[in-house]
Design a protein around this ligand. Structure first.
Ligand code: AMP
Length: 308
């Protein structure tokens, strides 16, 4: 079984969408990544930190999916990372209202010994120094290192983020963040610039408009499945990252073709995440539902055309 090491926030999220709002519920990049990756035959572990205000029942949601939490530090008397966001009527746009780093502010990640030989490392969104520290603790170079980040870290820790980006194989990022990182409006040019920074592959996520994969002169596009109702987009990007990295860890194949399939699996899983608040939809997602929607995906993008 492939091994996947996940780093990222395990958080409290408070979310407001045009359809309703929640108080502090379970969220965080590593949470969404782990839940999505658990759809595949992988042995995964999360490295993260929480305070002892994190209810055990939330952590049990992850353990029940077989995710190893021995690298999750629980700080006595500490407070868990807290994020509050509000979506516009156009759900592609959101404002961050609160980011409280709390225990994340001085977290020293420790990779469990039995995950130091992981095949794939998925560096979810969090401080780039933590992402770098995790790479440096690996006993061997993983087959693939994937990094996801967001504007918060570009605004506050750009130099450290650039150092992390040098060390990785795949960067997943959304369209606005790709523009911010490179000062290029064209996503094609932005992807070219990012490849010069280190990663061989760049995935640009465009919310309900799908995702683009760039590698040298190749471009691949995966649409997002047109859904009747999008309820809460929180975690869609992380769910994409979890599906992407989970698939690659499970297959052990990191060819361009396999990476294309990983983009499809990531998009497929993200389409479920947005159907309910927070992690709700991902908690009891069945393999048959996933497989059925994968068929819809295939039908959506397949056509026959006669070429001269
Ligand atoms: P996404 O919608 O995929 O961008 O991810 C939303 C998740 O990211 C939420 O569950 C938040 O807890 C988490 N999050 C928000 N801001 C940050 C941040 N600055 N660093 C790490 N994780 C964050």
């Amino acid at each position: 079984m492939g091994k996947l090491l996940i780093v990222g926030t395990v958080a409290f999220d408070a979310i407001e969408t045009p359809f309703g709002k929640t108080d502090k519920i379970l969220g965080g990049a590593a949470t969404f990544i782990g839940l999505a990756a658990s759809q595949f035959n992988v042995d995964s572990a999360i490295v993260s930190v929480v305070g002892d205000d994190m209810p055990q029942e939330y952590l049990d949601i992850l353990s029940r999916k077989g995710i190893d939490l021995s690298g999750l530090e629980i700080v006595k008397g500490g407070k868990t990372f807290y994020w509050k966001g509000k979506y516009h009527n156009d759900l592609n746009a959101r404002d961050t209202l609160i980011t409280e780093l709390n225990t994340l502010a001085d977290f020293n990640p420790v990779v469990p010994d039995n995950y130091k030989d992981s095949d794939v490392v998925m560096l979810g969104n969090l401080h780039p120094n933590i992402q770098i520290s995790v790479i440096n603790q690996m006993a061997k170079r993983p087959n693939l290192i994937v990094l996801d980040t967001m504007n918060f870290w570009m605004d506050n820790t750009l130099e450290e983020l650039m150092d992390a980006i040098k060390m990785i194989d795949v960067l997943t990022i959304n369209d606005e963040e790709a523009r911010q990182l490179t000062n290029e409006y064209s996503l094609v040019k932005a992807a070219e610039e990012i490849q010069k920074m280190g990663p061989k592959y760049v995935v640009i996520k465009k919310g309900e408009h799908g995702a683009l994969l760039f590698h040298e002169d190749n471009v691949f596009y995966a649409p997002a499945l047109p859904l009747e109702a999008v309820f809460d987009p929180t975690g869609a990007g992380d769910t994409f990252a979890g599906g992407f990295s989970g698939y690659l860890a499970a297959t052990g194949n990191t060819s361009f073709n396999s990476i294309k399939n990983a983009v499809i699996h990531g998009s497929n899983l993200a389409s479920f995440c947005v159907e309910r608040f927070g992690t709700e939809r991902m908690q009891d997602l069945e393999k048959v539902e996933v497989s059925k929607r994968l068929h819809q995906f295939k039908a959506l993008t397949q056509f026959e055309i006669e070429l001269q």
